[in-house]
Write a protein that binds this ligand. Structure first.
Ligand code: 5GP
Length: 234
């Protein structure tokens, strides 16, 4: 499938049109940003690893009945995906207290939650992705109530599929960010699922194996992404 015009360039990916109006090419870059692009860098081969890791997760989810935009991986850095109309909401699901939840509520990182927490953030760079709730999403017409319910259901199902898969491979799924869109009227999981968008901690050492190594200058960033790819069989 040949790439046509560049439709969108984000911090980690580029999206190209194809000859098929229902299909896009997702290109995975090595660029890394954090804190709304105030910190910038490169993680060598990150795009290749995230493309391969995302493929593993999308296939697993499709088999478990979660509709995703994944069609197939074309090469090292390109994934063929369905063209979605993106809902401008980031869905975060958490199993362990970390990151902005720890900060917002003054809690210590690392405590497992008795059940998952789902949060909504408005996808907006100028506003720094502020936290919102279902009411904002519905009343401001980012999605209908039925779509919100479906996004929550699919977010929890995605978590319920990935958490045990990762646990078997010695990885704690601490939290992750998911994005959804509409494909011919149906809510479908989009974007990517990888160490850029999830927190992964090693089950025995507690060591971080995700983008927090870059965000927090912990070193061995590439090694962590490679180890996640190896453990999930990417
Ligand atoms: P937090 O709200 O604690 O910063 O993030 C929760 C989870 O969602 C983490 O796994 C984090 O990587 C992911 N996440 C939240 N917002 C973003 C974002 O804008 N970009 C990326 N790549 N991940 C995000």
């Amino acid at each position: 499938m040949e790439a046509r015009e560049l439709l969108y360039e984000g911090k980690a990916k580029k999206l190209f049109a194809t000859a098929d109006p229902d299909r896009l090419l997702q290109f995975f870059k090595d660029d890394a940003t954090a804190f709304n692009a105030k910190k910038r860098g490169t993680i060598v081969d990150k795009g290749i690893l995230n493309n391969a890791i995302s493929e593993v997760f999308f296939r697993l989810l499709e088999n478990a009945g979660v509709p995703t935009h994944f069609v197939r991986r074309l090469d090292d850095r390109h994934m063929l995906v369905k063209r979605l109309e993106i809902v401008p909401v980031e869905m975060v699901v958490r199993n362990v207290i970390a990151g902005s939840l720890a900060k917002r509520l003054g809690l210590e990182e690392g405590r497992p939650l008795p059940e998952p927490i789902v949060e909504f953030f408005y996808k907006s760079d100028p506003l720094d992705d502020p936290m919102i709730n279902e009411w904002h999403v519905r009343v401001l017409k980012m999605a209908t109530q039925a779509e919100i319910d479906r996004m929550v259901e699919l977010t929890l199902r995605t978590n319920a599929v990935l958490q045990p898969f990762l646990a078997e491979r010695g990885i704690v799924l601490v939290d992750m960010k998911l994005e959804f869109g509409r494909f011919h009227g149906e809510i479908v999981l989009g974007d990517e699922i990888c160490p850029d968008t999830c927190r992964f901690w090693d089950s025995s050492s507690g060591e971080k194996m995700d983008k927090d190594r870059f965000r927090r200058d912990l070193g061995k960033v590439e090694e962590a992404y490679q180890e996640i790819a190896r453990r999930v069989g990417a």
